[in-house]
Design a protein around this ligand. Structure first.
Ligand SMILES: [Zn+2]
Ligand SMILES: [Zn+2]
Length: 132
């Protein structure tokens, strides 16, 4: 007598990106809905609390109900796979595609000058030792 009880299920397509590797993700979720839409009683004083869903004439607006249900069901931190390894902090490569990739040990900046010097020396040796 109070109103109309709406019960149902809805499915929605999701698109987004993995929080670890930024790969696009598509997924689907299904949510259950249940809400009582009360009759808009003219005599009722209008201090209605906003939480109550009202019938408008003979229509009910499912959108707020659906939106709330879907937003609550969305993953907070979507990932492409549960164990997504993310991106290489060194070069940004996607580690899932290239799990074994490695970087040469970075040269300690304090020794970088010596490395350049050694390279120069090698180049010189090579040019002086070149057979005539
Ligand atoms: Zn990922
Ligand atoms: Zn890398």
């Amino acid at each position: 007598m109070e109103g109309v009880l709406v019960t149902g299920a809805a499915s929605a397509a999701l698109t987004g990106e993995c929080v670890r590797c930024l790969e696009p993700i598509t997924d689907e979720i299904e949510v259950e809905l249940q809400e009582l839409f009360v009759y808009d009683d003219q005599d009722h004083d209008s201090e209605e609390d906003d939480e109550v869903s009202m019938l408008e004439d003979d229509l009910l607006d499912l959108e707020p109900l659906l939106r709330d249900a879907v937003v609550l069901a969305l993953p907070f931190q979507p990932v492409c796979e549960d164990d997504c390894p993310g991106l290489c902090p060194e070069c940004g490569a996607r580690l899932r595609d290239d799990p074994d990739h490695a970087h040469a040990e970075p040269i300690d900046p304090r020794w970088a000058g010596l490395a350049a010097l050694a390279q120069d020396q090698q180049d010189q040796d090579r040019s002086t030792n070149r057979p005539e």
